[in-house]
Design a protein around this ligand. Structure first.
Ligand code: LLP
Length: 428
């Protein structure tokens, strides 16, 4: 459920007409709903009430400071994968004791920054990384809490590019190899084993892969305890899917039941790292129709957003629901006909949807690409030298630009010419 609804033939973001925001900030833009964010967090928190633990929001899904601050205010911690994300989480006021650092390639510099910031836990994905962390922590006179991310070899049955828990995926350490990693960790003075971590993928729309993976890691916890390790924490990752078009993902309550069924006898403190389920439906990308044309009998609606603004359809063949902002056409309700909704970028993959039912459009009409709050703005690029689009947060009947449109000046500002192109000559 979200707070983007049509009222009287016009799309509203909470109590603000989307067209009003478009008139003020121009298009394209991302629009987030405060009430939807808060609702999703609350629903998940309530569903997990029986499972003692914490929610560390996966910052990668949407790292806008306003989003982080909103979730942080509600009690969320943060799951970060880079120094940049950690800096964002801290800047948004999320306390370092609520931050977990993930990812297979943390550099020593990133480890040092995180250690001195005082984060709670590092999730380790290789023996080499474990040894490096121990070394960096010793150098700073710190002891780092760790969990080893186990690759449970479970297929999440999600899109290929976003499944992470199969044995050929690059993430985590397979079992039983991870048993030896724990042995090594126990012998290191500057790391302290806190738990076990897993994450099998994203946009998972079935409880079965979760159950399988939870069962595997629950057994692993028992084995590690028998080996003498003090395993108090179980980090179950994120991955719960959302409805983009006609998917029926498990509800937070169903997910929570699976969690409890498989893990409640362990007495572990649980950590969850949801990203998409908190923010996806809390955001839309609003775009304007530039032209319509017919290409060999195919109706093409060309819009002003491109794959550089929202790359998911081009990158993963992901589907997003697209709706007209105004449905009260002067000519009355009109039957939609299939259209390809495409962007202005010089690539065929710059296509948001194929054969998507849309009523006739005219240049200037607004469309909303739904479920764009997760992995939308964060994956945007300047491809085709297009400025990053604004992000807007709505709360009730007010809205605020929480990131302005990038200017052409700032887009070009970072680049310099080498001396040999400016008459200055080069060295050597
Ligand atoms: N924890 C870890 C270790 C992760 O790698 C991820 C996502 C999450 C949590 C959050 O997963 P979520 O709850 O959002 O599914 N760009 C892709 C999704 C990549 C997900 C990467 N890892 C997309 O647009 O679909």
């Amino acid at each position: 459920m979200d707070h983007f609804n049509h009222r009287g033939g016009e799309l509203f973001a909470e109590d603000v007409p989307v067209a009003r925001i478009a008139a003020e900030v121009g298009t394209p833009f991302y629009c987030y709903s405060d009430a939807t964010l808060r609702r999703h967090y609350r629903v998940l928190k309530e569903a997990l009430a029986g499972a003692p633990g914490s929610i560390c929001y996966a910052v990668k899904a949407n790292s806008n400071l306003a989003v982080l601050r909103t979730l942080g205010e509600m009690g969320a911690g943060a799951d970060v994968v880079s120094e940049g994300e950690l800096r964002r989480a801290l800047a948004a006021g999320i306390p370092p004791e609520r931050v977990i650092f993930e990812g297979p390639g943390k550099t020593r510099a990133e480890m040092a920054f995180a250690l001195t910031a005082g984060i709670d836990q590092f999730n380790i994905e290789s023996d080499a990384e474990l040894v490096a962390l121990d070394d960096v922590a010793r150098g700073w006179g710190k002891v780092a809490n760790i969990a080893v991310r186990i690759n449970p070899n479970v297929d999440a049955h999600s899109l290929d590019g976003i499944s992470t828990g199969r044995k050929r995926d690059k993430f985590g350490i397979l079992w039983p190899a991870a048993r030896a990693t724990y042995r090594v960790a126990a012998g290191l003075a500057s790391v302290k084993v806190a738990g076990v971590a897993m994450h099998i993928g994203s946009q998972i729309t079935d409880t079965l892969p979760f159950e399988r993976a939870f069962r595997v890691v629950a057994e692993i916890v028992e084995t590690l305890r028998a080996d003498g390790h003090d395993i108090r924490r179980l980090d179950l990752g994120g991955g719960l899917g959302v409805p983009y078009t006609d998917e029926r993902p498990p509800s937070p309550a169903e997910y929570a039941r699976a969690v409890l069924r498989e893990t409640q006898n362990l007495g572990c403190e649980l950590v969850f790292q949801p990203g998409r389920m908190l923010v996806a439906n809390a955001g839309i990308l609003v775009t304007r129709v530039t032209y319509e044309k017919d290409a060999a009998g195919v109706r093409m609606v060309i819009v002003d957003a491109g794959m550089n603004d929202l790359v998911r359809p081009a990158m993963y063949k992901a589907k997003h629901t697209i709706v007209p902002v105004r449905t009260d056409g002067a000519q009355g309700p009109v039957k939609p006909t299939p259209a390809d909704v495409v962007g202005p970028i010089c690539e065929t993959s710059d296509t948001f949807a194929k054969d998507w039912p849309l009523p006739p459009t005219a240049p200037g009409d607004l469309l909303a690409i739904r479920t764009a709050g997760a992995y939308g703005a964060v994956m945007a690029s300047n491809y085709n030298t297009r400025p990053l689009v604004p992000e807007v947060m709505v709360r009730g009947n007010e809205f605020a630009v929480v990131r302005p449109r990038q200017t052409y000046e700032s887009l070009l500002a970072g680049e310099t010419l080498p001396p040999w192109l400016t008459g200055g000559g080069g060295v050597g």
